[in-house]
Design a binder for this molecule. Structure first.
Ligand code: AMP
Ligand code: ZN
Length: 110
C-alpha cells in the first residue's frame, strides 16, 4: 500500500482538513507556505494523468473540496498544484492536489 493509501486507511496519522466518502484532505508534513494542504482521492490513482472519462468527476470533486476548505479557512486567494512525474516534482505516486495559500505569491509562478 502506498503512503497516502496508508493515511486513508488510518495506518499513518495525519492532520485532517476535510473528509468525505471520496476524498481526504490533510496538512502537508513539510509545509511550503502558511497554508499547505493535500487533497487526495481515497481511491489509489497514480497521478492526475490517471484521470480519464471514467473517473473525471472525481477530479472535479477534489477541486470542489479544495474550494470548500479554502472558504472554511477564510482565504480567497490560493494555488492548486498537482505534480505529475518525478521531474515535475512528484514524490508520492498517489494523485494529490496541493492547496497552497496564506502568502503573496503574485510575483512568482514557481
Ligand atoms: P509531491 O512532491 O507533489 O509528490 O508532494 C508530496 C507531498 O507529500 C510533499 O509536499 C510532502 O511533504 C508530503 N508528504 C509526504 N509524506 C507525508 C505525510 N506522511 N503526511 C503529510 N504530508 C506528507
Ligand atoms: Zn495510494
Amino acid at each position: 500500500m502506498c503512503i497516502f493509501c496508508k493515511i486513508v486507511a488510518g495506518e499513518i496519522p495525519s492532520k485532517k482538513a476535510y473528509e468525505d466518502d471520496k476524498v481526504l484532505a490533510f496538512y502537508d508534513i513539510n509545509p511550503l507556505a502558511p497554508i499547505h494542504i493535500l487533497v487526495i482521492p481515497k481511491e489509489h490513482i497514480r497521478s492526475a494523468a490517471g484521470i480519464n472519462e471514467t473517473n473525471e468527476a472525481l477530479a472535479g470533486h477534489m477541486i470542489a473540496a479544495a474550494a470548500k476548505i479554502a472558504n472554511e479557512l477564510g482565504i480567497s486567494d490560493y494555488r492548486l498544484i498537482s505534480n505529475i512525474g518525478p521531474t515535475a516534482g512528484q514524490t508520492v505516486e498517489h494523485f494529490h492536489i496541493h492547496l497552497i495559500g496564506g502568502v503573496d505569491m503574485s510575483k512568482r509562478m514557481l
